[in-house]
Design a protein around this ligand. Structure first.
Ligand code: ATP
Length: 298
């Protein structure tokens, strides 16, 4: 009986291991699929000035040739400043982030970091320079510690905990029986959207990249959670060159510049005060949001 039990148990372990590897392989293939979209130029060198400004110069882009998504988009995020993008669903906001991270190469125009066209440098150095907090963070089926340290695998436990504290996810982790050794993801502890974003913020804080992209979650968080995430985001973005894709206008008030996108075109741009004074599209969106927010806030 024991003889039979051990091999079966062993098979169970192997089965789980294979399943785990297959899931990770799935993810890897998805990533590789993305990788294939762009190729480093022969002899490409690493990005030299990651701490410089990010510029989109007359950028046009289409996922499929027949359907242009971005049309002649130009803007600059000065080093250490924040530019926010707002606009209706499907207007191309997240596409800006994907291009900046070099998931795809632009078909027209240039994206430069510190003056260098990102198509001419290595893709890995561009990704090394950027921390992304995506709309929907996918966590690995591994420990919380692994997930936070992913951007800097040699980080010490103290550093991981420090980042988790700053992202205000430490108390939650510490309250679980296994703490930082808790497995998260599909086959582990399920985290809420807000908690997953906090893990991604902690990961970004630990990676400490010069450039940060924050793609705000579309799903509504309760207002206390939303305010908390916004303040954590502010600490993650402090002194970093930051692109914020905002679904709630309250996130963008302090931005150096706000871009209003519609159908792949920047239709308005300016600071929050200037855009309100202009009484255009942004002012309309703001008024609409105020109306929507007020009943809930009462
Ligand atoms: P949301 O506010 O809903 O996140 P968005 O403004 O960020 O929207 P994008 O995700 O940039 O919009 O998408 C812009 C357009 O590009 C959409 O019409 C979308 O359907 C299309 N699109 C996005 N990704 C792909 C893709 N991989 N292949 C083809 N079309 C795509």
């Amino acid at each position: 009986m024991i003889q039979l039990y051990i091999p079966l148990n062993f098979l169970g372990v192997i089965y789980r291991e294979i399943k785990q590897s297959l899931t990770d392989l799935d993810k890897m293939f998805v990533l590789m699929e993305k990788e294939r979209e762009v190729r480093d130029a022969p002899g490409a060198r690493p990005l030299a000035h990651a701490e410089g400004a990010v510029r989109f110069e007359d950028v046009s882009f289409a996922y499929e040739a027949a359907r242009p998504i971005l049309k002649h988009v130009s803007f600059e995020i000065p080093a250490g400043k924040t530019v926010a993008v707002v606009g209706p669903s499907g207007s191309g906001k997240s596409t800006l982030a994907r291009l900046m991270y070099r998931f795809y190469d632009v078909q027209d125009g240039h994206i430069t970091i510190g003056g260098e066209d990102i198509r001419t440098v290595t893709q890995s150095s561009v990704r090394q320079a950027i921390g992304i907090v995506p709309q929907d963070t996918v966590l690995f089926n591994d420990t919380v510690e692994y997930n936070i340290a992913y951007g800097r695998p040699n980080a010490t436990r103290e550093e991981v905990e420090g980042a988790a504290k700053a992202a205000r996810i430490h108390d939650f982790i510490a309250a679980t029986p296994k703490g930082y050794a808790t497995t998260v993801g599909e086959r582990g502890l399920k985290l809420s959207g807000g908690e997953k974003q906090r893990v991604a913020i902690a990961r970004t804080l630990l990676k400490d990249p010069p450039i940060v992209i924050f793609d705000e979650a579309t799903s509504a968080l309760d207002s206390a959670n939303e305010r908390a995430i916004q303040s954590e985001l502010k600490s993650a973005a402090r002194n970093k060159t930051t692109l914020v894709i905002a679904h709630r206008l309250s996130t963008v008030i302090d931005a150096h510049e706000i871009l209003v996108m519609e159908s792949g075109v920047i239709v308005e741009r300016g600071t929050h005060d200037a855009l309100l004074a202009a009484q255009g599209r942004y002012a309309q969106m703001w008024a609409l949001q105020e109306v929507q927010v007020t009943p809930a806030a009462l």
